[in-house]
Design a protein around this ligand. Structure first.
Ligand code: N01
Length: 540
């Protein structure tokens, strides 16, 4: 504990920032520019956040560039991407470029896993501990751990007995394993499983995808760029970046301003086709505005999607597993992935799919996987079973506020925040890309900038007004929780099992972890709060 440490061992800061992805990097640059004594720490050995960890074959972003980058002209003027949807290695290069341009390294410490923090009521400061024994004391504790910081692997009996190689994709070996010609399984059909399946099926001797729920994947429509060409002329970038705050998902595009059945059948088919052809998330987040809210509108989208997918799969039995005749869940209410030839892999002789709804996994043994139907032999099993999403990264840190209550205990039965960025009982602590913010329905860099700007503005206001401590009022928190719940309940999200609703982790409370009001509304709420002088916070 800190009391046993000499003061020389304690790093004194204005703010400690945790997480070297978009959120953390943005805050380091901007807080430091404003004169704060600040440090960024991350468990990884370099920048990138999810892109540091996710280096599995096929890992790539599915927000098209230049939406998925910082809006700072000093960065984008000197940076060009090679593809519309760049791969994980290129994203790491981008982070290295940002780190150099913004001179971040001198204030960053890697291989530093934050394990706990306690609030000291006398000094109004956090004492923050790392796994390697380092201690930081900071007025502000800024958590940017992202929504996929804690891996999830189901506790199938026998995993430890498997003689082959068992991998979680977010912990992919930096030295690429030799997978050529091998028997490979991928368990899971989230974004990770889909990308892995596309790539590994090309090199595996035998490839088996274990699917519990079909992913309603959309065509990515990848584009290669040469000679400095990009999706948009750079002279439009400033205006495009500003437009992110006016859209639902923090992108350059938005929902149509009409409902599904406002159009005739012909117009609707035409609209769907156009959205389909553009690729990206347009068929999801640039479609009719009622698609995520009304069952009949949702089914219409599903039927169009199903017909498109069926046309690409030869075997009718596989069609039924991958795109069932009867809609299995609401379209877009489980994270949609962008695919690039995914459905065609099932027309190849070395590829199979196991429908885990029909024949679940019961155990793992020395040579492979046992389902209720049969035993499967593998050299490699890639367990793409996701994360304790949104809350896991925060709740695994032992954070204790003035009352001694931990964040874990406070949120164990349900998350409570104000604006998805602060929580009562944890003063001077802010988190980004977390629960009850747009997060999973927001382009990452957009959220990093708007939430980062709000945090910086808050700190500056505190400095000007000589405020030492800030936390939301209990009333504002209760109202925000209710708002998040109400919007979610007006949508179709609760009809579907997904990590958005906390369904993927056994025992996790079922609640919508995302603020579904849209980035445009969220941005306005942040602006109003700051401009009005933080009426929903208690300041001392
Ligand atoms: O994880 P997931 P992910 N038995 O939780 C299955 C982002 N991301 O790593 O759907 C059998 O989505 C589970 O089945 P079900 C993106 O936001 C982005 O793929 O719960 N199966 C599901 O199929 C994404 O949403 C990018 O029935 C089990 C899969 O495992 C988020 O990260 C790339 C199981 C888990 O899917 C997480 O994606 C990659 C069990 N016991 C990720 N437990 C890009 O930007 C779980 N599953 C491209």
């Amino acid at each position: 504990m800190v009391s046993s440490e000499s003061t020389a061992d304690v790093v004194e800061l204005d703010a400690l920032i945790v997480g070297a992805g978009f959120g953390g990097v943005y805050q380091l640059k901007h807080l430091r520019d404003e004169g704060y004594n600040v440090r960024l720490v991350d468990f990884a050995t370099d920048y990138g956040g999810v892109w540091y960890w996710n280096r599995y074959p096929g890992a790539r972003v599915d927000s098209a560039i230049p939406q998925y980058e910082f809006s700072d002209e000093s960065l984008w003027s000197g940076w060009n991407w090679s593809q519309r949807f760049p791969g994980s290695a290129e994203l790491r290069k981008y982070f290295a470029y940002v780190a150099e341009k913004w001179d971040l390294r001198k204030d960053t410490e890697f291989e530093t896993f934050i394990t706990g923090a306690t609030w000291d009521e006398d000094t109004n400061k956090w004492t923050i501990r790392s796994k390697c024994g380092k201690i930081y004391r900071a007025q502000f504790f800024l958590l940017n751990t992202g929504f996929s910081a804690k891996r999830y692997i189901p506790d199938w009996e026998g995993i430890d007995k498997f003689n082959g190689t068992w991998l979680h994709p977010s912990y992919w070996p930096h030295e690429e394993p030799d997978l050529k010609g091998k028997k490979i399984a991928v368990i899971g059909t989230g974004s990770t499983g889909i990308q892995l399946a596309q790539d590994l099926s090309k090199i595996a001797g035998e490839f088996v995808l274990f699917q519990r729920t079909p992913n309603m994947c959309l065509p990515m429509v990848q584009v290669e760029y040469k000679g400095g060409e990009q999706s948009w002329p750079k002279k439009q970038y400033s205006q495009l970046f500003t437009s992110r705050r006016d859209s639902y998902g923090g992108f350059f595009f938005d929902f149509l301003d009409r409902d599904t059945f406002d159009d005739s059948t012909e117009q609707r088919q035409d609209t769907y086709q156009k959205l389909w052809d553009v690729g990206d998330f347009h068929f999801w987040l640039a479609t009719y505005k009622d698609m995520l809210f009304k069952t009949d509108a949702n089914k219409e989208a599903y039927d169009f999607w199903k017909a498109k997918v069926h046309a690409r799969i030869n075997d009718p039995k596989l069609r039924e597993i991958l795109a069932p005749e009867i809609q299995p869940h609401s379209f877009g209410c489980k994270r949609i992935s962008l695919e690039n030839g995914f459905y065609e892999i099932f027309n190849k002789p070395n590829v199979s799919i196991v429908d885990l709804k029909a024949t679940p996994i019961i155990s793992v043994d020395k040579t492979g996987i046992n389902t209720t139907e049969k035993h499967w032999d593998f050299d490699y099993v890639v367990c793409a079973t996701g994360f304790d999403a949104v809350t896991g990264g925060l709740m695994q840190i032992d954070i204790r506020g003035p009352s001694g209550q931990s964040l874990h205990d406070k949120w164990e039965k349900g998350v409570k925040t104000y604006l998805g960025m602060a929580t009562v009982g944890f003063p001077n602590m802010f988190f980004t890309y977390g629960p009850q913010a747009p997060t999973a329905f927001c382009n990452g860099p957009t959220c990093a900038e708007y939430q980062g700007d709000f945090i910086l503005r808050t700190l500056n206001t505190m400095k000007t007004k000589n405020i030492r401590r800030i936390e939301p009022t209990a009333d504002s928190e209760a109202k925000w929780v209710e708002k998040v719940r109400k919007i979610a309940n007006s949508s179709l999200l609760p009809t579907t099992k997904s990590w958005y609703m906390g369904d993927n982790i056994p025992g996790k409370p079922r609640e919508c972890l995302v603020y579904l009001g849209g980035v445009h509304t969220y941005y306005q709420i942040l602006e109003t709060e700051a401009t009005a002088g933080y009426p929903n916070f208690e300041c001392k």
